[in-house]
Design a protein around this ligand. Sequence first.
Ligand code: ADP
Length: 379
Amino acid sequence: MVLDKKTISKVLEDVYSSGSKDSIIKSGVIANIMVFDLEVDIDLVMDNPTLQARKKLEGEITTTIHKKINSKAKIKFNTKIKKQPKPENQSIKKELSGVDSIIAISSAKGGVGKSTFTVNTAAMLAKMGCKVGILDTDIYGPSIPTMLDVEGYVPKSTKVDGVSKINPIESYGIKLMSIGFFTKLDEAVVWRGPMASKALKQMIFDTNWGELDFLFLDLPPGTGDIHLSLVQSIPISGAVIISTPQNVALADARRGIKMFQQETINVPILGLVENMSYFISDEEPEVKHFIFGESGVKYLAKDLDINFLGEIPIFKSLREASDFGRPASLQEDSVIENKFRDISKVLVEELIKRNTELPPTKIVKITNLVGCSAINKKS
Ligand code: ADP
């Protein structure tokens, strides 16, 4: 076959990008093809901004042309990502009209303490008098029902203005909706992929949140398609990234930060939190043991010019309280309580700076409750 534009378009009618019913020719993913002798320049416009999806599609196109037309063709790609509209349409705003700020809690790696951070910060803010909710979307291990002692609870349905909604489960003053209320542990695998994104989005919009100052969105670990789909379709006010100071975790954290900063996503990063910073034994309380390395997250924050919200050491009691189902930040006058109080203050200050939609009366209310200063970009 001849290596020309017409033939290439014809053979690419059999190539599909993931999640699309139409071929890349019909759906307009192939924006342009130019052929110069053996060199083929292809312009791609993709919806899916992940590097993985891009590499996969470029690989399939190259293989198809090599196999069906000319194995010597040199194919160059100029790939652009289609701009996604921000989730600002009126129906989304109306559905979540009682929720003032949505804070995504993210960790690119699993097991670094994302859920522990979410639960203890939410409990601290609830204790201060704020109205707080958590949406636990961690499909790989929804641990928040256990941490809030409501494992096995079944949310009840209700009607709000004639529309069916689900009531969240309340514990320690926090309204919780979790993927864990609807799945059994061994069913987690069924939730992967587009089905998970759809179910999770539905969960946020179908929950009867009522009035909330803060809704924490506990994301599954990673930076794959489920995350992209969630952060693109939910009006997130800001994101917090949790990492341990360990090198492998830091590399993943960088990837997580990049995801939120992508042009098509553009969610403000409120800051980084370093968890499991060090360990202090009862025998030698003056010695800090830097088990996962020293200050790695602090340096990363500095390097990327992102706020550092604080460090949380390894506390045996933090782990025990999580397993027992009572957030450790609720222990009066404890080191853990003080840590979470300080971090919550900085977090809320950063949020107020960025959430320019917060009315001044709300800012005054929150800053009085949390005890932080009100510096809104508008003022
Ligand atoms: P993730 O949500 O990132 O998967 P978790 O919050 O479930 O991680 O934490 C993983 C485990 O580590 C849990 O058993 C939790 O109790 C424990 N853990 C997290 N942070 C700390 C800490 N600072 N000190 C002690 N144990 C911790």
